[in-house]
Design a protein around this ligand. Structure first.
Ligand code: BG6
Length: 522
C-alpha cells in the first residue's frame, strides 16, 4: 500500500516526541470566517496552538466570507467571543483568562477577504492576496484551505480553487483542504462529493475531518491497544462477549432544527463519530502509525460490518418527547423550532451490528446515541466472557459479575477495569471492584477544544486522524440499508422517549433478547 506521498508527513508518534514541533510556515484560509464553527472552535484552537508555541512566525490567518466587514471588525468579533467564553466558561473553549500577548500574536496575523463563495472574483482576489503574503509574510507558499462552510459549498469552493489554479503543488509548496462534516448525506452523495473534489485535488491534499478523532481519549484507544502487551491477546471473540459504544447527550437539537430535520441521529453521529470509535476499537494492528497504514486497517474493519438484513430487528429509532433534562423541563422534538409537528426524524438510534471477520465473528457490537438523555456520556465498554462457575459451586457466590473494560471518552476521561474481589470476612462472597485510571490524575492537560491536534496535523501533513475517501464511503455503505428502510417506511417503529431518560424501551430489547443489558446511564 502506498505510503504518504508528502515527504513532510511524519507519524504522530515521532512528531510528539520532538521537543520543538513548530508547524511549518503557511497561510491558513478559513472559508466561513464569520460563521459559528470559526468562532466556537477554530479560533480558540488556533489560540491554544499559539500558547503551546506550535505556530511559526510565518503563520497567517486569512478569513474569507460574504459578509462585508473589515479585518478589524472580524478581529473584534472573535475577540468578543473569546472574552465571552472566558467570562461564561460554558463553551468548548475553557480558560480562566485570555493571554493577551498570545491573542495579539494571532490577531496581528489576521487578514480578511470579502467575497461570495460562488463568485470567481473571490478566488482571483484571494489568489492575489495569498501571493502578497507569500512574498511579504514568510508563509513559504504553503496554503491550508479550511472549509468551515455549509456542506453545499464544499464542492463549489474546491472546484473554484481548482479553476483558479490555487491547489496545484508546484515548487515544493503544499496546498491542503480541510473539509468538515457532513461529508455527504448518504452513500451516493458521499461518492459524488468525493468524485467532485478529486477532480481538483489529489487524495493526499484532502483532510476530511471528524472532530471525534481530535479527542485525546479517542486517540488513546490506539495507545491502549497497541502500546501494551497486556490487552491485545484478550481482544477477540475468544475473550470478549460483546462491545457497547455509547454517545449520549444532554443537549437537544437546539437551534439546529432545519439541519436535524434532514439529518437525524443516525446520519449525524453513526457513520462518522461512532464508527471512529468502533474502528479504533475493532481494527487489526496497523504495521505502523503511518497515515495510510492506519487508515487501511480502519477501512477494512468498517468494510467488514455485516450488511443489515433486518433493520426492524437490529436497529431502533427514537424521538424525544417532553421531559426534564438536568432539572429543566424541555419541549418534545416535534415542538422545536424549524421542526415539523409530525416529524418522523429520529433523535436517538441504537443498532446491533456484527463484524464479519476472524477476530470478531459472533461478537455483537451495540451502538447507541441520542439527544436529551439522562447523562452526557461517551464510552466504549468491552464485556469479557464470564468465568466458568465451577470453582464457586457450594459457596455463597450466587451470581458472578462479568469483567468490563470501560474506555471513557467524555466527560471524566479515563479507563476502568471492573472485576470481582473477595469481600473481607469468613465466607466467600464477592464484590465488584474497579481499577480506575483517570486522565486528570496522571497528566497535566492543557485546555483543548479537540481541534488543536487536527489543525496542527494538517499543517505538518499527517493525515492519520483524517478520513480517507474509502473510509467515508465504507461508513455510508454500512448505514445505507437502515437509511433506506426508514425512508421507505416513514415512522415505522419510531419510538418516543421521555427527554432526560435512558432512551426508548425498544433499545433495551436489542440486548435483553440475548440476555444482555445496556450499561445504565447513571
Ligand atoms: C456533531 C453533531 O458532529 O457532534 C452534534 O452534529 C453532536 O449533533 C456533536 O452534538 C457531538 O460532539 P461532542 O464533541 O460534543 O461529543
Amino acid at each position: 500500500m502506498a505510503t504518504s506521498p508528502n515527504p513532510s508527513a511524519r507519524s504522530k508518534a515521532v512528531a510528539k516526541a520532538e521537543t520543538v514541533a513548530v508547524a511549518p510556515p503557511c497561510a491558513m484560509v478559513i472559508f466561513g470566517a464569520g460563521g459559528d464553527l470559526t468562532k466556537r472552535l477554530v479560533a480558540p484552537a488556533l489560540y491554544n496552538l499559539v500558547t503551546a508555541r506550535r505556530l511559526p512566525d510565518g503563520f497567517r490567518l486569512v478569513g474569507v466570507d460574504h459578509g462585508n466587514r473589515t479585518v478589524d471588525e472580524w478581529r473584534k468579533n472573535l475577540t468578543d467571543m473569546m472574552n465571552e467564553f472566558v467570562a461564561k466558561r460554558d463553551g468548548e473553549f475553557q480558560a480562566d483568562r485570555l493571554d493577551q500577548a498570545a491573542w495579539k500574536w494571532l490577531t496581528d496575523r489576521m487578514t480578511y477577504v470579502q467575497g461570495d463563495f460562488t463568485d470567481p472574483r473571490t478566488y482571483s482576489g484571494l489568489k492575489e492576496h495569498l501571493a502578497g503574503l507569500d512574498k511579504t509574510a514568510g508563509t513559504a507558499g504553503n496554503h491550508l484551505f479550511y472549509l468551515a462552510v455549509a456542506d453545499r459549498f464544499f464542492s463549489v469552493v474546491v472546484a473554484a480553487l481548482g479553476t483558479a489554479g490555487m491547489v496545484s503543488e508546484e515548487g515544493g509548496h503544499w496546498r491542503r483542504v480541510v473539509i468538515e462534516k457532513p461529508f455527504g448525506h448518504d452513500l451516493p452523495s458521499a461518492r459524488a462529493l468525493n468524485a467532485a473534489i478529486l477532480k481538483s485535488l489529489q487524495e493526499h491534499q484532502i483532510y476530511r475531518m471528524d472532530h471525534f478523532l481530535g479527542k485525546e481519549t479517542v486517540q488513546n484507544i490506539m495507545a491502549l491497544r497497541f502500546a501494551n502487551g497486556l490487552f491485545e491477546p484478550l481482544w477477540n471473540r475468544q475473550h470478549i462477549d460483546h462491545v457497547q459504544i455509547s454517545a449520549t447527550e444532554t443537549v437537544g437539537v437546539e437551534r439546529r432544527g432545519k439541519f436535524y430535520e434532514v439529518t437525524g441521529a443516525l446520519r449525524d453521529m453513526v457513520p462518522n463519530h461512532l464508527f471512529q470509535l468502533l474502528a479504533l476499537t475493532a481494527m487489526e494492528p496497523p504495521i505502523s502509525f503511518d497515515a495510510e497504514a492506519v487508515r487501511d486497517k480502519k477501512a477494512e474493519v468498517i468494510q467488514a460490518i455485516r450488511p443489515v438484513k433486518q433493520p426492524m430487528r437490529d436497529a431502533v429509532r427514537g424521538q424525544y418527547d417532553a421531559g426534564t433534562v438536568l432539572g429543566k423541563p424541555v419541549n418534545p422534538y416535534r415542538r422545536e423550532p424549524d421542526v415539523a409537528p409530525d416529524s418522523n426524524v429520529e433523535t436517538y438510534v441504537a443498532w446491533k451490528l456484527q463484524i464479519d471477520n476472524w477476530r470478531w465473528a459472533g461478537v455483537p457490537f451495540y451502538l447507541r446515541t441520542g439527544k436529551y438523555l439522562r447523562r452526557r456520556w461517551t464510552e466504549v465498554a468491552i464485556r469479557f466472557h464470564q468465568a466458568p462457575y465451577t470453582l464457586f459451586r457450594g459457596t455463597h457466590v450466587e451470581r458472578m459479575n462479568p469483567n468490563w473494560m470501560i474506555l471513557r471518552i467524555q466527560p471524566d476521561e479515563g479507563i476502568a477495569l471492573q472485576f470481582a474481589a473477595k469481600r473481607p470476612g469468613p465466607t466467600m462472597t464477592l464484590g465488584n471492584v474497579s481499577m480506575d485510571f483517570a486522565y486528570k490524575s496522571y497528566f497535566a492537560t492543557a485546555p483543548s477544544t479537540g481541534y488543536e491536534t487536527l489543525i496542527y496535523d494538517c499543517m505538518i501533513g499527517d493525515a492519520t486522524l483524517f478520513q480517507r475517501a474509502d473510509n467515508i464511503e465504507a461508513g455510508w455503505r454500512a448505514v445505507q440499508p437502515i437509511l433506506d428502510f426508514w425512508a421507505g417506511n416513514p415512522g415505522k417503529g419510531l419510538a418516543t422517549y421521555a427527554a432526560g431518560g435512558d432512551g426508548p424501551a425498544a433499545a433495551d430489547e436489542l440486548l435483553t433478547r440475548a440476555g444482555r443489558a445496556w450499561r445504565p446511564l447513571e
